[in-house]
Design a protein around this ligand. Structure first.
Ligand SMILES: Cc1ncc(COP(=O)(O)O)c(C=O)c1O
Length: 344
């Protein structure tokens, strides 16, 4: 029996087409900026996101960190949602390496409210770290993988700009958001000063993310990336897969969303407490309820049946659909989860 891996969309393996393109990639030394495949990926990513320039980075975490290091100096504040990935899961890089103070804001529902953004911008005060940047995340992982509506997103980015803030978008799954609202991704990415998106999640590449923004910002980002040890050499072998991600793989994300919705429906029909994000993408969060077994017990029991997923707290579980998950996998997984959740 094959394993059904719903832990994350980071578990995808490169397609045959990607492997062939990687093997055949034309390469050069990218620290000298002469890898033609990387250049192509950077140019196409910039055009796709409506930004002037792009930079290949090793991971989403590196892309976000480089962006924050460019936008803020030591002692500056960055407004960040309490549930955001940058604050919760990136090892405090902004504080450790940037001396940046996270100014925490409520992001329940997937985005920080405009009023809260405005309230962080205050006249110069010797006691305070001045707010310089707003960080947004879309889709919002911990908020159910919800995709924020383009008009709400714009309202918040406009409010930040009026207050003189820069805006960075952690768009690890921004193509999922654009798919969920059926809009061009530029509805989000052209509204911000910088955007990071992941090639290695729903888009299926084995490694890498893109950071896009104005030319001068990307010049500085290249410098920070080098300082962080992220200046890679014949990295066209990875960029070749990235090109397939941005040219072809974004068009299949809708399948992942349909599979996630089917999974959510089956679990809810079976009696589990399934969270309803404002707009579902490729994630399903649910809880087994106060009388059910501990979330970890369900995780461990299903693991024995070859169904893998993670708990995010004692009672809350996350499932993620992706390239490696079919409709029939979703049906098998739902049956197994329901059996184990109501086993006792
Ligand atoms: C919303 C979000 N941002 C950033 C990242 C970081 O990406 P990476 O794992 O490539 O560092 C992740 C990873 O899961 C994520 O979910």
């Amino acid at each position: 029996m094959g394993v059904i891996d719903l832990r994350s969309d980071t578990v995808t393996k490169p397609t045959e087409e990607m492997r062939a393109a990687m093997a055949a990639a034309e390469v050069g030394d990218d620290v000298y900026e002469d890898d033609p495949t990387v250049k192509m990926l950077e140019e196409e990513s910039a055009a796709l996101t409506g930004q002037e320039a792009g930079l290949f980075v090793t991971s989403g975490t590196q892309g976000n960190l480089v962006a924050l290091l460019c936008h803020c100096r030591r002692g500056d504040g960055a407004i960040i949602g309490r549930n955001c990935h940058i604050y919760n899961y990136e090892a405090g890089g902004l504080a450790v390496l940037g001396g940046i103070l996270p100014l925490l804001a409520d992001d329940a529902g997937g985005i920080v409210k405009k009023e809260e953004v405005e309230s962080w911008v205050i006249p110069p005060d010797v006691h305070k770290a001045p707010a310089k940047l707003l960080c947004l995340e879309n889709t919002h992982n911990r908020e159910g993988g919800t995709a924020v509506a383009p008009d709400i997103f714009k309202e918040v980015t406009d409010a930040a700009k009026v207050k003189g803030l820069k805006v960075h978008l952690d768009g690890a799954r921004i193509f999922n958001a654009a798919t969920a609202w059926d809009v061009d991704v530029r509805k989000y990415t052209a509204e911000v000063d910088s955007v990071q998106f992941c090639l290695s999640k729903g888009l299926g590449s084995p490694v890498g993310s893109m950071l896009c923004g104005p030319k001068e910002f990307i010049r500085e980002a290249r410098h920070w990336r080098k300082r962080l040890g992220g200046g890679l050499r014949q990295v066209g072998v990875l960029a070749a897969a990235g090109l397939i991600s941005i040219r072809k793989m974004k068009d299949r994300l809708i399948e992942d969303h349909k599979n996630a919705q089917k999974l959510a429906n089956m679990l809810a029909d079976g009696g589990l407490f399934v969270e309803e994000p404002g707009r579902r993408t490729n994630m399903v969060y649910f809880s087994v309820g106060p009388d059910g077994p501990d979330a970890n017990a369900v995780v461990e029991a299903c693991k024995k049946e070859g169904i893998l997923f993670n708990s995010v707290s004692d009672r809350r579980i996350r499932l993620v659909t992706h390239l490696g998950i079919t409709e029939s996998d979703v049906e098998t997984a739902a049956r197994s989860i329901l059996r184990e959740a109501f086993a006792s």
